[in-house]
Ligand binder design. Structure first.
Ligand code: C2E
Ligand code: CA
Ligand code: CA
Length: 943
C-alpha cells in the first residue's frame, strides 16, 4: 500500500489492548450498537447490540475485518474511508451502508466511525457505532403513513376544515376552506374568524363559541355568512367543536365549514401534494465516553473527543477543570446530574435523559453509566456513555404533534372519513361514521366498505369506487340512501378518492357527507313547485306542460280558456288581503267545479286562471266559458259575512295544427284582454280581428329585424340594493328599443319577437357587451352587472364561447357578471345542464330569475350551479297583505339560504315590502321603490 503512515503513528499493541479492556464493559451496558475497531480495520470488540444488528455473536465478530460484513461492492469504498480517517484527512465518517447478514438478509445501517488516539496522537483504533436505519425507516414510515392519511383526508375534503386558536385566529386552514372564502392560506392565517364573518352573524357565533369554550356545548352548528374579498357573502354551515389537551384546557377550536353553495362543493380540486416526508434526524450518532473519578475529588480520567461537538471546551479543559462537566449540563438538570456524581449507583441500568448546553443550542442526550469501584468495592467514580438524540427527538415530536393535529381534525369532522384498502376492506373509520350509520368502528373495521347499505344502493357506491379506481388521484361520487342502525333513512354523499398508488396510504379514502336534512328540504320545495300554494290548483308551469302535451297528441281537439277576475283588487283594498285570499280560494273552487270533468284548471298567478279542455266543440267551449262567467257573477260571501261582487272575463282560443302552448295561451289572453278592456265581463273567442292585432305585432317584428342595434337599442339599468347596508351592489341590464315611430318599446313586447326570429343571439350579445363595459366604468363602486339570458340563447351551443370572448374583449370581471335565466330555460335538462356548467366554468355567477312562477322549484337550484335566486315580483307584491304569501316568501328565503343561495327580492314597490323582506332575511332587493330602470348615467346619480 502506498499510503503514508497514519498521522501520529499507530499505538503500541499493549495500549490498544488496554483501551479495549477498559471500554468493553462500558459498551456492554449500552443499548446502542457499538464496536471498537483496530487501526487495521478489524473488529476488536463489538457489543451485543452491534453483533445482533449484523446477525452474529460478539465472539464471531472478534478479529473479523470490518469489510467482511459489507457486501463486496462496498468494500473498496469502506477501505478508502478508513484510510482517510487514519491519515487524518477526515475527522470522522458517517455513512449509510448495507450489511449482509449470514442468513442473507440485508441491514441498512448508519455507520459512524471516529478514530481514537492516545494523548501523543497515536491511533489506538476506531470507535464505531451502527444504527439500524431499516427499523427507524419503518417507524418513520408508520408515523408518516398515519399522518399522511389524515392530511390527505383533510386536504382533499370538500369540507372546509380549520383549526382556530381560542382567540378565534385561524391556525390551520385546508384548501377547501380557502376556496370557499376566496382567500389564500396566508391571507387567512393573519385573520380571526370575526374579521370575515357577516356582522349579522357575529353575535350568534360568538355566543355559541363562548358556550362551547365554557364546556356547555360539545359542538354547535350555525348557518352563517363569510365575506369574500370580492365583497360577496358566502353562506356556510359551520360546525364548531373543541379539541382539548391532556389536562382539559382548550387546545384548538375545530371548525368544519360546509359551503352551502353546492356547485363549489362539487368543484373542488384534489390538490397535488408533496407526499414525502423528510427523514427524521440527520443520523448523527455521536457518542461521548467518559471515565470520571469522584473520590477523593472530581477528576476526569478519560473523555472522548466527541464531547467537543457539544461543548465549547476541549477535552483538555475538562481534564484541567472537571467542574466544567457540570457547567455543561442544563441548569434544570444540574441537580440531578450532581446527584449522580455524588452517588453513581443511581445510574442504575437505565439510560438517563439529560439536556446539555451545546455551543449554539440545548441538546438532548441519553446517558448510561455505571459506578467504578476500588479494590475494596467502594464506589470511586463512574464510567458513562452519552449519545445525542436531539435531532431525532425533535423530529419525532414534530411528527407526533402533526399527527395529533390531523387526528383532531379527522376525529372532530362532521363528515365521516374512512380508508378502504386495495382489497376493499375498511381499515379506518372516523368517529363521525358512527353518528352517520349508527355502527361502531369495531363493527365496521375489517368488513367490506359498504357500511351495511341496503342492497339496491350498493351499485351506486360500487360505481363510485370503480370510477375512482381508473387513475391515481381520480375520484368518484355517489349519492346513496343508507339505513341508520335506528332504522331511519339517511342520505349520504360519498366521495371516493384514489390513493392506492400512494405508498403512504395504499387505499381509497371515502368521505361520507350526510345530506338527509337537505333532501327533506328539497322534497318539501318540490311539493310547492307544481301547485299554487294558495288555491291548491296546478300552477302556470304545470298548465303549460299539460297544454303542450295535449297539443302534441291532437291539437285540433284542444281548447284554452283564459279567465281573469275583476273586482278582486277592490276586495283586497277594502277587506284586506287575508279576506281577499279567502275570496280567491272560493272562486277557484267554483271554477273548478264548473269545469270538473270537462278539462283541467290552473291558477296563473294573481287573479288569472286557465282551463285546458280536450274534445270540446266550439259551442261547448263557449258554453263552458259562459257558465264560468255566470258562476262568478253570483256574489261571494266574504269571511266577515259581507257580499263580494266579482266579474270574470274569459278569452277562448282553439288549438290548430302547429299551435304551440305559448301562442295558444297568448291568443286566449289577447281575447280575454279585449273583453276586459271593453266590457269588464264576458267571453270572447280569439278571432280574425284579434288576429289582425297580432299582425300589427308582425309589423313590429319586421321593424325589429330591420333595426340597427347600435342606433336603436338602449341598455338601461336597474339598481339592486343590499338590504343590510342599503348600498347599490348590482345593476340589472334591461334592454329598451327606441322605435323610430312608436318611441320606447319595452322588452316584454320585443324580446319574444327577437326570440322567435333568432335575433335574440345578436341582441343578447349587444346587451352583454354593453353591460360588461358598464361594469368597468363602475369598477370603483364594485357593481356587479346582471344580464338576462333568454332560453333560446342558453340553448345556443356557442354561447359559452361567445360570453368568454366578450369578457376577454372588454376585460370585464367574470365574477362581477351575473347571468339570469328563468326556470323555463331549464326544461331540457340535457341541454341546460352542460350549458350552465360551461358558463359557470367561465367564473361568472348564475341567477335563477322569476323564481316562483315556474314548476321546477328549488330542486333545480341543487341540480344546477346557481348562486342566486330572484324571487318573482308577483310574490313580493302580494306579500304585504297576505300572510300566506309572506310565509311563502320567508320559506323560500330560508330554504334558499339553506341551499347556499343568495336571495334577491324583485319588484319591491313599497317601504313596507322592503322592511318585510329585510326581516325575512332577503339579501338584496330590486324594484321601483329602490330605483327604476334608467339610463346608465343615472344608476349612481341617485345614491
Ligand atoms: P325581468 O328579468 O324579471 O326584469 C325585471 C322587470 O321588472 C323589468 O321589466 C323591470 O322594469 C320590472 N320591474 C322592476 N322593478 C319593478 C317593480 O318594482 N314593480 C314592477 N311592477 N316591475 C318592476 P322590463 O324592463 O320590462 O323587462 C321585462 C323582462 O324582459 C325582464 O324581466 C326580462 O325577462 C326581459 N329582458 C329585459 N332585458 C332583456 C335582455 O337584455 N335580454 C333578454 N333575453 N331579456 C330581457
Ligand atoms: Ca331578470
Ligand atoms: Ca325577474
Amino acid at each position: 500500500m502506498s499510503e503514508p503512515p497514519p498521522a501520529g503513528g499507530v499505538a503500541e499493541p499493549a495500549d490498544v489492548a488496554a483501551w479495549v479492556a477498559w471500554l468493553s464493559p462500558v459498551l456492554a451496558s449500552a443499548a446502542a450498537a457499538m464496536a471498537l475497531i483496530s487501526p487495521d480495520a478489524r473488529i476488536l470488540h463489538a457489543n451485543a447490540a452491534y453483533a445482533a444488528l449484523l446477525g452474529r455473536s460478539p465472539d464471531e465478530l472478534r478479529g473479523l475485518p470490518l469489510a467482511a460484513v459489507l457486501p463486496p461492492d462496498e468494500r473498496p469504498v469502506a477501505d478508502a474511508a478508513m484510510r482517510d480517517l487514519l491519515a487524518g484527512r477526515s475527522p470522522d465518517v458517517h455513512v449509510e451502508r448495507r450489511y449482509v447478514r449470514p442468513d442473507g438478509s440485508v441491514l441498512v445501517g448508519l455507520l459512524s466511525t471516529r478514530p481514537v488516539r492516545t494523548e501523543e496522537g497515536a491511533v489506538l483504533g476506531f470507535f464505531s457505532q451502527l444504527e439500524d436505519l431499516t427499523a427507524r425507516a419503518a417507524a418513520e414510515e408508520r408515523l408518516a403513513r398515519s399522518e399522511e392519511m389524515f392530511r390527505l383526508a383533510v386536504e382533499n375534503s370538500a369540507l372546509g376544515t380549520a383549526l382556530l386558536g381560542p382567540d378565534g385566529r385561524w391556525l390551520r386552514v385546508n384548501p377547501a376552506l380557502c376556496a370557499i372564502v376566496g382567500r389564500t392560506e396566508e391571507e387567512m392565517l393573519g385573520l380571526t374568524f370575526r374579521d370575515i364573518t357577516h356582522p349579522g352573524d357575529l353575535a350568534a357565533d360568538d355566543r355559541l363559541l363562548e358556550r362551547l369554550l365554557a364546556g356547555e356545548l360539545d359542538s354547535y352548528q350555525l348557518d352563517k355568512r363569510y365575506s369574500r374579498p370580492d365583497g360577496s357573502w358566502v353562506w356556510v354551515r359551520l360546525t364548531g367543536s373543541v379539541a382539548r389537551d391532556a389536562d382539559g384546557g382548550v387546545a384548538y377550536i375545530v371548525a368544519q365549514i360546509e359551503d352551502l353553495t353546492e356547485e363549489r362543493r362539487l368543484h373542488r380540486e384534489l390538490a397535488e401534494q408533496d407526499r414525502r416526508f423528510r427523514m427524521l434526524a440527520d443520523g448523527s450518532a455521536d457518542v461521548v465516553v467518559a471515565r470520571v473519578r469522584t473520590v477523593p475529588a472530581l477528576r476526569v480520567e478519560y473523555l472522548s473527543r466527541g464531547v467537543e461537538k457539544f461543548a465549547r471546551h476541549r477535552v483538555e479543559d475538562f481534564e484541567a477543570d472537571p467542574s466544567l462537566l457540570l457547567d455543561l449540563i442544563h441548569p434544570d438538570d444540574r441537580a440531578r446530574c450532581a446527584a449522580l456524581f455524588a452517588d453513581p449507583t443511581l445510574f442504575g441500568g437505565e439510560a438517563v435523559p439529560l439536556r446539555i448546553l451545546g455551543p449554539d443550542a440545548v441538546r438532548s442526550i441519553l446517558v448510561r453509566g455505571q459506578p467504578i469501584r476500588d479494590d475494596d468495592g467502594a464506589v470511586v467514580g463512574f464510567e458513562a456513555l452519552g449519545w445525542d438524540v436531539t435531532d431525532r427527538q425533535r423530529a419525532e415530536e414534530a411528527l407526533a404533534a402533526r399527527e395529533r393535529r390531523f387526528r383532531a381534525l379527522v376525529e372532530h369532522a362532521a363528515d365521516g372519513i374512512a380508508l378502504r384498502d386495495a382489497g376493499g376492506v375498511l381499515r379506518y373509520v372516523s368517529p363521525a361514521i358512527t353518528r352517520i350509520t349508527g355502527y361502531r368502528p369495531e363493527e365496521l373495521l375489517g368488513t367490506d366498505a359498504t357500511f351495511r347499505l341496503p342492497r339496491d344502493q350498493r351499485p351506486a357506491l360500487e360505481s363510485a369506487v370503480a370510477a375512482s379506481r381508473t387513475a391515481p388521484g381520480a375520484s368518484g361520487f355517489a349519492e346513496i340512501r343508507t339505513v341508520h342502525r335506528d332504522g331511519s333513512d339517511r342520505w349520504l354523499e360519498v366521495t371516493v378518492s384514489n390513493h392506492l398508488d400512494d405508498p403512504d396510504v395504499r387505499g381509497q379514502i371515502l368521505t361520507l357527507h350526510d345530506v338527509t336534512a337537505r333532501r327533506a328540504a328539497e322534497e318539501e320545495l318540490a311539493r310547492h313547485a307544481a301547485y299554487d300554494t294558495l288555491s291548491g290548483l296546478p300552477n302556470r308551469a304545470s298548465v303549460q306542460r299539460d297544454l303542450a302535451e295535449a297539443l302534441a297528441v291532437d291539437p285540433a281537439s284542444v281548447g284554452v280558456l283564459f279567465v281573469d277576475l275583476s273586482g278582486l283588487k277592490t276586495v283586497n283594498d277594502t277587506l284586506g288581503h287575508a279576506r281577499g285570499d279567502a275570496v280567491l280560494v272560493a272562486v277557484a273552487h267554483r271554477i273548478f267545479s264548473v269545469v270538473a270533468g270537462t278539462g283541467s284548471v290552473g291558477r296563473f298567478g294573481g287573479d288569472e286562471f286557465a282551463v285546458v279542455t280536450r274534445g270540446l266543440r266550439d259551442a261547448e267551449l263557449a258554453d263552458l266559458a259562459d257558465r264560468i262567467v255566470r258562476e262568478i257573477d253570483r256574489p261571494v260571501t266574504a269571511p266577515d259575512g259581507g257580499q263580494v261582487f266579482l266579474a270574470a272575463s274569459v278569452g277562448i282560443a282553439r288549438g290548430h295544427p302547429g299551435a304551440g302552448a305559448g301562442s295558444l295561451l297568448a291568443a286566449a289572453d289577447l281575447a280575454m284582454y279585449d273583453v276586459k278592456n271593453r266590457a269588464g265581463r264576458g267571453v270572447r273567442l280569439f278571432d280574425t280581428a284579434l288576429a289582425e292585432q297580432a299582425s300589427a305585432r308582425l309589423a313590429l317584428e319586421r321593424d325589429l329585424r330591420a333595426a340597427d342595434l347600435d342606433r336603436d337599442l338602449r341598455d338601461h339599468y336597474q339598481p339592486l340594493v343590499d338590504l343590510a347596508t342599503g348600498r347599490v351592489v348590482a345593476a340589472e341590464a334591461l334592454v329598451r328599443w327606441q322605435h323610430p315611430e312608436r318611441g320606447l318599446v319595452l322588452p316584454d313586447t320585443f324580446i319574444p319577437m327577437a326570440e322567435e326570429t333568432g335575433l335574440i343571439d345578436e341582441l343578447g350579445l349587444w346587451v352583454l357587451a354593453h353591460a360588461c363595459r358598464r361594469q368597468l366604468e363602475w369598477a370603483d363602486r364594485d357593481i356587479t352587472v346582471g344580464v338576462n339570458l333568454s332560453p333560446r340563447q342558453l340553448y345556443e351551443p356557442g354561447l359559452p364561447d361567445r360570453v368568454a370572448a366578450v369578457l376577454e374583449e372588454t376585460g370585464a370581471r367574470p365574477d362581477r357578471l351575473v347571468l339570469e335565466v328563468t326556470e323555463s330555460a331549464l326544461i331540457d335538462d340535457r341541454v341546460a345542464r352542460p350549458a350552465l356548467a360551461a358558463l359557470k366554468n367561465l367564473g361568472v355567477r348564475l341567477a335563477l330569475d322569476d323564481y316562483g312562477t315556474g314548476y321546477s322549484g328549488l330542486t333545480s337550484l341543487r341540480r344546477y350551479p346557481f348562486d342566486t335566486v330572484k324571487i318573482d315580483r308577483s310574490f313580493v307584491g302580494r306579500m304585504t297583505g297576505s300572510p300566506h304569501d309572506l310565509a311563502v316568501v320567508r320559506h323560500v328565503i330560508t330554504l334558499s339560504h339553506a341551499l347556499g343561495l343568495e336571495v334577491v327580492a324583485e319588484g319591491v314597490e313599497t317601504a313596507e315590502q322592503l322592511r318585510l323582506l329585510a326581516d325575512a332575511g332577503a339579501d338584496t332587493g330590486q324594484g321601483y321603490h329602490l330605483g327604476r330602470p334608467a339610463a346608465p348615467e343615472r344608476l349612481l346619480a341617485a345614491t
